[in-house]
Every structure is written in C-alpha cells, then in structure tokens.
Design a protein around this ligand. Structure first.
Ligand code: ATP
Ligand code: MG
Length: 369
C-alpha cells in the first residue's frame, strides 16, 4: 500500500510543493541572476526571468553592500537575514530571508536558494506596540506633571492665605512672610516644570549638599495654614541632623506627598482632633523622616495597593494615585527605602530611611573626580 502512495507523494513534493509552500523561493546563480523561482515569488515580485536578485528584491541596479548570498557563496553556510525590499507594486516590504547553499560534491556552491517570508504585518504590529508604549509613557509623564503642580499649587494657596490675613490685619510682618512663601513656591513650580521637561528626556536627580531639616521646616511652613483650615494641627519634631547630599527638590516632593496624604487622611477620619507630625532623626548613620497622622488609616486591602500606579481612594480630581509611587522612586534613587504602618480608624506612619553610606555623591564632587 505504502509503495503505491510513496511515488505519488514524491512526485507531488518535487513538482508541486515548490509552488505551494507559503514562501517566496528563488534560486540565484553566482552572478546573482535569478534562474528559478516559485509561483509565490512571481506573485510578490513580478517577472524575474533574466533579472538580478538585487533588482527584483530591491529595485537596485547594483549588488547590495551587505549581500548575504555572496557570503553564502563564499563560506557555504546557511544564514537568515531581515531585509527591506519593494514588491511588484513598488510598495516597501519587510521580509525574512533564509539563504541555503546548493553544494556540489567537490564543495563548490553554484547556486543559493533564497526563501523569504513577508513580515510587513509583524513589523506594523511592532511599530504600533512601540507607539502605544510611548503614548502610555507620555500619559504617565503628564499625570506626574499634573500631580506635582497640584501639590505645589496647594503650597501657593498656603502662601496666599498668609498674605491675605496679613493684608486684612495690616500686619506687615505676616504679609512679608506670606509673600516669601509665594515667591519660593512660584520658583519651585518654575524649576519643577523645567526639571520635568528634563525628566521627560530622562532626568537625573540633582544632588547637592543640603540641610535636610531646612526642607522639613519649609514643607511644614507651606502647609500649616492649609492643615489648620482643615482642623489639623501640623507639627514638627526635629532632631539635630548633619548635612547630607540629596536632591533637594526630590526630597521636597517626597515630604509634600506624605504631608498632604496625612492631612487628607485626617479629613477623612471621624476622630475628634487631628494632628500630623513630621519628624526627623539620625541613628547609626541612617537619616529618617517620618510623617505620622491620626487620620483614617488603611485596611488590609488598601495597604496592599498603595504603591500601585494610579491607585487612589480619593475622589476623582483630588487624587491621581501617583504620590507614593513617585516618592518611592525618588527615595530609591537616594539608596533609601519607604515603609509604613497603619491601623484602620487610628492613623498611619510613613517612614523614609536613607542610610548615609548609600546616598549619592553631590554632583560637583563627581565632576571634579
Ligand atoms: N497617611 C495616609 N493615611 C491613609 N491612607 C493613605 C495615607 N497615605 C496614602 N494613603 C492611601 O494611599 C493611596 C495612594 O496614595 P498616593 O499618595 O499614591 O495617591 P493619592 O494621594 O490618592 O493621589 P496623589 O497622586 O494626589 O498623591 C491614597 O489614595 C490613600 O488611599
Ligand atoms: Mg498623595
């Protein structure tokens, strides 16, 4: 039975398969002239008889610079290449070609067989995927920008409040204090936007020698009025800290995020009185910042998700859910870590720990090195 089928099958392979495989196949001689091709090849590239492979595949009038067939003629090896060409309608095509030598007993390679598969669709999908990824990154970047500006605007509101109350009471000292807060925050918005643009191009933290307690004082000064209006007492509890090399604006963004979250948590809680405390300390070479509140706290489910992109329990337009994620990124860039404890209905503590050994070196030192 088998012996009857086998001859047919072999005839089909030798006479039909060549034209039925879903690959464009051609045979090229040592002068790069196409001497044989299958139907699929003719369909894709049109008339091939008497023409050179570089002309048929690419519409060129001379050999390609990196010719795979020439290499296979030389070394007798099979190779696979990704190429771009033009089809019979003149459209650009992307294809993968496998080049296989026909080797004579004496080792001579009179022909190479080229089998190509069109990958234009795959390429289009790849390009679409890249574009989608780029747009997703742009979206996250824009959300990050909006988030940072939103927090800074809240700082501006604090300054405005102090200016207004200074104007109302004719208290020049208070007026100046509020104006200074406004100036600082406007400067911060301006440098934030500039830095954000740099970030879009791949921003590096700007590390300088700073006094971390100064930053803690500034953040509390910016938000004290806002907290008070929400019925929250915002306090500082600072221990003596030495200078440290940190990204000042980065640290400002982290503390701002934590303080605002703590105030929001207080607003959402039913406790009678509310307080938020920003404390700093240094022990065994580790700088620690803590923001504690007696706000609403978090249940198990929320605790699992706080560091997730765009996770927020706040009303839409109030929270973007990027604050803690951004905070963690900045802290990690300083070789530090973020941790928290929280009990539902009782409050939370967020902690930033920076081992001095892991802090980045100030930029000026690096350029000098
Ligand atoms: N101190 C806190 N007490 C209770 N819940 C908190 C506290 N800090 C964060 N959370 C929870 O974690 C979520 C994520 O916080 P995150 O700062 O990342 O985003 P967000 O504050 O909602 O929005 P934004 O992007 O404006 O900061 C909050 O929505 C809130 O549910
Ligand atoms: Mg937040």
């Amino acid at each position: 039975m088998q012996s009857e089928v086998a001859p047919d099958f072999h005839r089909w392979i030798s006479e039909e398969l060549f034209d039925h495989v879903p690959l464009a196949i051609c045979v090229v001689d040592q002068q790069f002239r196409i001497v044989e091709a299958n139907d699929r090849f003719a369909e894709l590239y049109g008339e091939w008889r008497g023409r050179f492979c570089y002309d048929v595949y690419k519409g060129r009038n001379e050999k390609c610079a990196r010719c795979g067939a020439a290499k296979t003629f030389r070394d007798g090896k099979t190779r696979q290449r990704e190429e771009q060409g033009v089809d019979r309608q003149g459209n650009a095509t992307d294809y993968v070609v496998n080049i296989v030598p026909v080797v004579r007993d004496n080792g001579e390679v009179p022909y190479v067989i080229e089998m190509s598969r069109n990958i234009a669709e795959l390429k289009t999908l790849q390009r679409q995927k890249l574009e989608a990824e780029r747009l997703a990154a742009v979206g996250q970047t824009v959300a990050g920008l909006a988030h940072g500006i939103k927090n800074l605007i809240m700082g501006l509101e604090g300054g405005m409040y102090v200016v207004n109350s200074g104007l109302r009471s004719g208290n020049e000292e208070r007026l100046l204090q509020g104006w200074k807060m406004l100036e600082e925050d406007i400067g911060r918005i301006s440098s934030f936007v500039k830095e954000f643009l740099e970030f879009a191009k791949g921003r590096q933290p700007r590390v300088q020698t700073i006094q971390p307690n100064d930053m803690a004082r500034k953040v509390v000064a910016s938000f004290r009025e806002r907290a008070a209006r929400a019925g929250v007492e915002l306090r500082l509890d600072l221990q003596e800290l030495g200078e440290a090399s940190m990204d000042e604006e980065g640290l400002h963004a982290c503390l701002t995020n934590l303080v605002l979250n703590a105030i929001d948590a207080c607003v959402m809680s039913t406790n009678e009185t509310h307080h938020v405390v920003l404390s700093t300390r240094e022990r065994d070479g580790v700088l620690t910042f803590e923001v504690s509140d007696n706000g609403c706290g978090m249940d198990y489910d929320i605790k699992q998700r706080v560091f997730t992109n765009f996770f927020s329990t706040k009303a839409s337009g109030k929270g973007t859910g990027l604050g803690l994620l951004t905070t963690r990124k900045i802290v990690q860039e300083h070789g530090g870590k973020v941790s928290f404890e929280s009990a539902e209905g009782e409050g939370s503590v967020f902690r930033l720990e920076f081992p001095r050994d892991s802090l980045p070196r100030p930029q000026r030192e690096e350029t000098a090195a």
